[in-house]
Design a protein around this ligand. Sequence first.
Ligand SMILES: O=c1ccn([C@@H]2O[C@H](COP(=O)(O)OP(=O)(O)O[C@H]3O[C@H](CO)[C@@H](O)[C@H](O)[C@H]3O)[C@@H](O)[C@H]2O)c(=O)[nH]1
Ligand SMILES: O=C(O)[C@H](O)COP(=O)(O)O
Length: 266
Amino acid sequence: MNTQSAHVAVVIPAKDEVDLIASTIRAARAIPYVDLIVVVDDGSTDDTQSAARAAGATVVRHPVNRGKASALETGASVVAMRDAEGRQPRLLMFIDADLGETSVQTAPLVGPVASGKADCTIAVLPKQAGAGGHGLVTGLSRKAISNMTGWSPTQPLSGQRCMTREAYEAAKPLARGWGVETAMTIDMLVAGMTLQEIPCDLQHRPTGNDFSGHLHRAAQYRDVALAVNMRRLRGVRVTSQYRVDPSTQRPGEPFCAYKIRPVTSE
Ligand SMILES: O=c1ccn([C@@H]2O[C@H](COP(=O)(O)OP(=O)(O)O[C@H]3O[C@H](CO)[C@@H](O)[C@H](O)[C@H]3O)[C@@H](O)[C@H]2O)c(=O)[nH]1
Ligand SMILES: O=C(O)[C@H](O)COP(=O)(O)O
């Protein structure tokens, strides 16, 4: 694909995001090549869906909450239905609903994917005021990705990602709930895709250090552990004989896990 022919669909999973969804949508419209914005209201109990519709997005709704991964799958299916026959499928840009007016800062994720330098780009966010974690979930995710593929991402949980339809398909079926980013990274790298982390000046609602923040992290830990263990059981990994030397890895550079591709019999 060349950048001239790129079309981008933004997919926004949203659960109870009435306060920020409209500004997130409006700012996302200014991302280059965006011609479709799909919001998946994941069983919100507030008026997220009306706010998203009023802001001009295509909105679909889960009548009950199914978790972020399921919302992404629904959104990607809606985009596939809207892709035109005979044209390259749109690039998918997954962004969270709570980015507000900073959502446009995901724009740098598009170029490397549109030009074919990367199959999937992942935003690295600046330090967020009020964030209270101790790196436990992030560490679990990073270590698992590194063990299985040799890549050591800076922010393995970041959900702001731009990807080709082919890269998305390599990650399907998506792991449940909060395990989705970790599993997606592993599955794409094992499938031979090239991933790249890119700094983006984004702000989102940070998870604090209060009781609900810790409950949220516990759920994240559970989902990441489950996604990783399922892959371990299935033997999903890039075997060491085919792996690139991890010491050649440069943060921010495109990364493909293979130095040579294994020969597979169909
Ligand atoms: O059941 C849910 C819960 C959340 N969301 C949406 O998912 C997004 C991310 O949720 P958020 O509460 O903002 O999660 P964070 O803990 O801030 O998320 C960080 O960590 C997650 C992985 O654990 C990633 O998915 C996020 O991109 C990353 O910002 C938001 O748009 C939510 O509205 C749903 O669609 N369904
Ligand atoms: O606050 C965060 O960054 C996430 O909830 C992950 O928490 P962590 O600090 O345990 O990685």
